[in-house]
Ligand binder design. Sequence first.
Ligand code: NDP
Length: 450
Amino acid sequence: MSNAYLSKVLEQVKQNNPNEPEFLQAVKEVLSTVEPVLDKHSEYEKLAILERLVEPERIIIFRVPWVNDKGEILVNRGYRIQFNSLIGPYKGGLRFHPSVNQSIMKFLGFEQIFKNALTGLPIGGAKGGSDFDPKGKSDTEIMHFCQSFMAELYRHIGQDVDVPAGDIGVGAREIGYMFGQYRKIRNAYEGGVLTGKAICYGGSLARKEATGFGLIFYVREMLKAHKDSLQGKTVTISGSGNVAIYAAQKAMEYGAKVVAMSDSNGCIYDYKGIDLDLIKQIKEVERGRISEYLNQHYDAIYTERTSEDSPIWEIKTDIALPCATQNELTLNSAKKLVENGVLAVGEGANMPCTQEATDYLLEKGVLVAPAKAANAGGVATSAIEMSQNSMRFYYSFEEVEAKLDRIMVNIFKACRENAEQYGCPGNYVAGANLAAFKKLAEAMVAQGVV
Ligand code: NDP
């Protein structure tokens, strides 16, 4: 990094956020790629463009007390990071997972600003959630937790203010309980205050599928640009949640063979191709463990996870799709993938590759579809859900999917064009950051110092 302004801001961010490694990682990744824009716009330093971009507009932290089925009172911590509202109301998911802390919330909120800018839709960036662990909780406990979470969050959100959605541990069930509580407290039907709602009360068709489908549309475009396709390719996908399941479905529709999926305990390998209906039954209906797959497919192989390197990346594959969580694909895993001849890595999760892993993959000529572009289909379809709620009308599944496809094509185009324009053709990680940063900086200049 030779730009002095950039180095100065990065140092400040390190000093101001000493215990936030994930947040620093996300900021560093973006800042390390936007140098050519800063070199062209020396006025950005005087306008403190970077300083304003890396500081959240507002951080809300709150207590979430709730009662479990045994009558015990428990307390979790809730967060909402309203990071940036330059181009629209704050927008971003809620994550319920024991690992949630301020660093993870801030990295996700920061990424969200750029992702949302790439969609071309009017949405700002936010993220929220809690260190609550939904695993093993009864339906009643989940409902009580969601109601208590919303009893505080409601005062900070609104369909023109901040519109949360789901993320890890938050799906249609949790959104439903939170929406019910919000509606009761507000005594008004603000349909667009949350997205990822069930279809029966204002959700959008194809929202559930959108992140996974969008990832595959992006990967399709990326392969097409390199005169290749998904047809006949072997694919491995980490995770077996919302993003992973629908990425698998769309990859199969394009003629790829998905041979492995995982959860936090381990991964399954099925050389015949994964039985996705069974995965949906285990994960979406029974909320079970992926190892149960072997109860019906005796010849599949289950490998327990024993270190930070997930065993799924040791499997030979053409295309690897990390769709579980941050930093799940390490440098060791990247080396294994390259050794086994991987062609492309498509990030379905947020920041799933460590910085070292991304650098290594790019250096070895592997195509990398960066999360903030490749998984933007979820939030883009959330924005389509908001627009349907405003219109008090709905689109068919096919209409939403066609809009999503168009958005992903445009996002890839922006990544490719920016990568070429700034002298790093084929580096879509840099292309995505450059495209989003230019738009945000322009909006900041236009709106003055606020
Ligand atoms: P889900 O809760 O539906 O699924 C998460 C999956 O990842 C599960 O299989 C889970 O396994 C696994 N997982 C979670 N934490 C870990 C961990 N620490 N180590 C290993 N595996 C883990 O979440 P989503 O599918 O919605 O989200 C997955 C990723 O995609 C996240 O990074 C999220 O931020 C990102 N994303 C999601 C969007 C959406 O629309 N849902 C939009 C854009 C990005 P287990 O069941 O064992 O916990």
